[in-house]
Write a new protein. Sequence first.
Length: 430
Amino acid sequence: MSIATANFGYSLQGKKAKGNNYFRLSKNQKLRWKDLFTHVGIVAPSGVGKTAGILLPNLLSKNLAPCSKIIFDPKGEIYNLTSRFRESLGEKCILYEPLGHNNKHGYNILEQCTEFQEVRALAENMLNASIEKIKDTTFIELSKPLLTAILLHLWYLKDAGLNNINTALSMLLLPMSELEKNFANNPDKRVYQQFLLFKQGGDSEATMSCMKLSVATALQLYSDPRLAKSTATSTFNAADIRKTPTNLYIKYSFAKADYLRPFLNVFLSQLLEKSCFDNPEYELLFMVDEVQNIGRIQSIDKYLNIGRHYGMSIILAMQNITKMYDIYGRDQTMTILNGLQTKIVGCGISDLDFLNYISLLGSDTEVNEVENGKNIKKSKKLMTTDEIRRMQDDECLIVNSNNKYIKDRIYYYYNDVRLMDNALRGLVWI
């Protein structure tokens, strides 16, 4: 009986990335720039080095091609350490903090819509993002025409400066009769049509009141004065970000992640959608740290499929897969993992299902075992689940497309004098 014998690879594609542009995966491994657009997943527990060992080394060096980047930066650490350096390269840096007290920038999710279908999709996404709070999915479906009518009504009145979500929340306080009067008087007949659809779904005043409450529940986050201010108007949009090399940093507190999740979910989903257009001036990297904190990103599997066509790379960093199962379900989580063709795995992972998934991606190798005093050749996976879990603190495993496993050291930015100099010269405290 023949047994396949495998070993670790030395370099991706059997050769090193050529040229000045690449994405550093680890101490000795660089991903060729064109391969970055098949997307990257980073899975490691907190403290292993997802930020310090992968995201920061790339943002503190000149190896990235001129491009734009949208960086979800929960602690503000990435902005603090990299913004001045990126500006020194001639790139623009924007810090957007949805719950910040002194925000210089804003993003109005309703203002970004350019047609009816986008307004309707926004209403659907906002309700879906609040599903944990509303609980009753039936009311969510029945309430969509009401929220669509409100958003479309305000979107039509954009010249009056009323097209924001906080104003939509205020409209929900109006009596039903006054709402209907406003909608009936709107020149865009689709507004009133959506309201009539809503009325058909409610068989009584009590039912319609409950549906109205569902919409108010979905929008209550926007009553926060800080979020109301940061979403009142827009100082940037996805299309403009791709016209010149721009770094958009989105900062929020870990402590406020659950509270802010309905907005972050809708915000990121809209940015992804708006970033997909033909012939952009610059490629775009979506770098999402702690992606599990954002909640369900609408159609993320679709963007993993089409991102390369639009010059967009998605880089997702997560602590574990169990939380992703809770958000997306097992099947869609596996679709997402398969769409991230380069995977970087850190030590200390306790998700047995994920460990088994990574182990099975490896080839079989031949080992000698002694049975009854005889040497017997047996087959085993190149790395078992236990061996992956018990890697050393600074080790990582790289799984890339159809290439061999590569085991390497994490490239912490603070161990590189050059990168530390780039960070300290421009350190920003916010």
